[in-house]
Design a protein around this ligand. Sequence first.
Ligand code: KG4
Ligand code: ZN
Length: 325
Amino acid sequence: MSRVLAIETSCDETGVAVIEDGCRIVTNELASQIDVHAAFGGVVPEIASRRHTEIISQMAQRALGTVEGRIDAVAVTAGPGLMGSLLVGVCFAKAFAHARALPLIPVHHIEGHLFSPFLEGQPPAFPALALIVSGGHTQLVYCRAAHEYELLGATRDDAVGESFDKVARLLGLSYPGGPSIQRAAAGGNPEAFKFPRGMAHSDDLDFSYSGLKTAVLYTLRDNPSANPADLAASFQAAAIDILVSKTKIALARTQAPRLLVVGGVAANKLLRDRLMAEIPVPVMVPPFSLCTDNAAMIGAAGHSRWTHGHVGNLRLTPNPGLFLV
Ligand code: KG4
Ligand code: ZN
């Protein structure tokens, strides 16, 4: 049996986890900074890195206190993300690995999300098509095998999570926007407004979300008394509809035997329900609590990297613009 200590500090959540054999969570600690940043309507990078610095040692101590036996390797998010935030996690992981003479495994944050459906005791299964939907990414990726990826399509402007956050702001809803829009949409009519499905008829698997956000902005400007619940429901329907239709095309092209849906927006109930109902292969989603950022997923991806021989060293520097494929 092997145990990986995993550290995630790429944005505004401090995460520390211990993962056994790559797919069992021993402990998964998360300190959210949402309260701190909510007043600003988004993440303030300087505040985020300071908060990580203040609590990471205590969190690691607490996490390690619950573990019996040794730790075999340390995995850490090396990018993409906020430089100051990434540095806190990477420096901590380097110090820990050095002090205990353990291998240090750099993990791409999005690869962490990719492994998030495999944390309930079952080992990772590939090949797979992955729909990656977070605050910074909207991608369709074909995963031929662990760590072998082909980018099929991506957003040309805003990420889908980013569009939820921006539209929530327009509607006066709280940050983060995804859960707020989902709540508001529950009481609205998704057909009240016909919002555009960006790039629906393009011949590729790319996405565009900036036109949808602008459409909501103009609707509000021209019709200030529009019902916010109807706006939220119509926006959500359009945002999710285009994800579902492009995923279906990608699945038909790749003939992948399973679909992974990962990233913060994978917590969206409409997206999950539609994919489960309309996709003809098994749809693997993480539990709600593991959709948004956490260290457990970094441990799962890190364990796989480690067993495939992808080990880093103490010269590791975070890369805020790191690409997966
Ligand atoms: O993966 P994540 O935690 O952070 C990044 O790596 O970006 O994703 C955060 C994003 C935010 O944009 C948030 O609004 C969105 O995920 N999100 C949702 C939901 N929960 C979180 N979007 C739609 N519906 C949700 N239920
Ligand atoms: Zn993320």
